[in-house]
Design a protein around this ligand. Structure first.
Ligand code: IPE
Ligand code: IPE
Ligand code: MG
Length: 228
């Protein structure tokens, strides 16, 4: 009914609450969250999804305590780097989504290495949204479009200047952890996305959640303003 779920985008929320409910440091929740991301990506690929976007760190997350921010930057650099061979062998193709300005050099190097080492993979394209904000992406796209001499800023024009112009808009945006908001995720691209909010905290997610999302998506009737 809803067509094909080609691009699934996920707001991976609830790591901190997961850890606190187990009397652990919030950072333990982020560690467990990274494992959940691998489980979910594996199932997404098995189920034939082509694009998976994972919201890892927003342009607003810099407001968190320094210790938590540096732990997360460590996850995106040294911890992530160790897993590049595994990620490559699983067939994932990695792309970065977000603003490079402000990210530590070690994170940028790791992202670049992951992107180049997985560039030939055709299994599942994973956009890692790190230092990502939808308003920031729109502002940067507009600036690039102006520098390129564009005089009109319609969606078809602007979308050519987004961070990854080859990635289609998401068909479904899912959020774990029960909050019902988008928190700056894919602001431009979300205009006709189906949306689903799930109470389960991110570190508890596994492949079955992908199956649940696919059946939720299939139960939706997408009309795009028409009568269906
Ligand atoms: C999401 O989990 C991960 C990031 C935003 C980096 P949170 O850290 O926001 O977890 P909660 O929402 O506080 O439980
Ligand atoms: C959104 O989660 C960002 C990521 C999951 C990376 P937040 O926990 O930062 O969002 P708010 O503060 O609840 O809106
Ligand atoms: Mg949160």
């Amino acid at each position: 009914m809803a067509g094909e779920l080609k691009h699934l985008a996920i707001i991976m929320d609830g790591n901190g609450r997961w850890a606190v409910s187990r009397s652990l440091e919030r950072t333990e929740g982020h560690k467990a969250g990274a494992e959940a991301a691998i489980r979910v990506a594996e199932r997404a690929m098995e189920r034939g999804i082509s694009f998976l976007t994972l919201y890892c760190f927003s342009t607003e997350n810099w407001k968190r305590p320094m210790g938590e921010v540096s732990f997360l930057m460590g996850l995106f650099s040294s911890q992530f780097r160790k897993r590049i061979p595994e990620i490559r062998d699983r067939g994932f193709r990695i792309l970065h989504l977000g603003n490079r300005n402000g990210l530590p050099e070690s994170v940028l190097e790791t992202i670049d290495q992951a992107v180049s080492e997985t560039a030939a993979n055709t299994g599942l394209t994973i956009q890692l949204a790190i230092n990502y904000g939808g308003l920031d992406e729109i502002a940067r796209a507009t600036e690039k479009a102006m520098q390129n001499g564009e005089r009109s800023f319609t969606y078809p024009v602007l979308s050519r200047y987004l961070d990854n112009p080859g990635v289609p808009a998401p068909d479904f945006i899912a959020r774990s952890g029960g909050e019902k908001r988008l928190s700056g995720f894919l602001t431009l691209q979300s205009s006709y996305a189906e949306i689903g909010f799930y109470d389960k905290l991110w570190p508890d997610w596994d492949g079955y959640m992908i199956d649940e999302i696919i059946s939720d998506f299939q139960s939706r009737q997408r009309r795009f303003g028409g009568l269906g």
